[in-house]
Design a protein. Structure first.
Length: 228
């Protein structure tokens, strides 16, 4: 086992292949989890980012050895870290009133760091990094869902009729013993309806889906959805 680790850390054809191989495995595994959730970046994107970061680090190591250690060994990896930020920004989209892709963007950036670790031969750090990232993307969403369900505040995007909508909405909030925490008027469209972002203090734990369903049942409400 010690000989195998030493071989991987050495700079030779076998170690280069293994570094790129593990980069594809680590990145692809994280990307596969993202693809299962129908995210914009999936298995191939993550695998390529991780492998590309690893190759950048391997190339930097080659230049470092080739030119008798006169090249900064971390220069290319630094560019990878900043460059992947632009790629991650492309996965963030505004869908209606919801921002999506933040987790995928963060995962891409972190996966690039795993690729750099693999490319430099730092397999222990790469494995721990892979484990933490994969665990976070796979299991932490359940904690987030639980926290959302127990959150006594709900933010809602709502479209209502101008004449009677606001009065009916305020009456609904009052009848259910809720409190209107904040209200932000959205840019008016070319019609007679009103558009708001509102935050409601539920004062108790209630399924947010029930609140949205109740608001959508109001006669003057055209459309309502929770902002997450």
């Amino acid at each position: 086992m010690e000989n195998f680790v030493a071989m991987i850390k050495d700079f030779n054809a076998v170690s280069i292949f293994l570094r790129l191989f593990f980069a594809v495995v680590f990145g692809g595994t994280i990307g596969f989890e993202r693809r299962l959730r129908k995210r914009s970046a999936g298995l191939r994107t993550f695998a390529l980012v991780c492998a590309g970061a690893a190759l950048a680090m391997i190339t930097n190591e080659y230049l470092y050895l080739r030119y008798n250690m006169t090249v900064d060994p971390g220069r290319m990896s630094a560019q990878v870290i900043s460059g992947v930020g632009f790629l991650g920004a492309g996965t963030i989209i505004l869908n209606g009133e919801k921002v999506k892709g933040l987790t995928t963007a963060a995962s891409l950036w972190a996966t690039a760091a795993v690729g750099i670790a693999v490319g430099s031969g730092f397999f222990l750090g790469a494995f721990f990094g892979f484990f933490v990232i994969f665990t976070s993307t796979t299991f932490m969403h359940k904690l987030e869902e639980k926290a959302d369900k127990n959150n006594r505040f709900i933010e809602v995007y709502i479209e209502i009729k101008k004449d009677s909508g606001m009065a009916e909405l305020i009456n609904y909030i009052s009848e259910n013993d809720f409190a209107l925490y904040s209200l932000e008027k959205r840019k008016k469209k070319d019609d007679d309806n009103l558009y708001f972002n509102i935050e409601i203090n539920l004062k108790k734990q209630i399924e947010h889906g029930e609140i949205i369903a109740g608001i959508n049942l109001l006669e003057s409400v055209i459309y309502a959805e929770e902002i997450k």
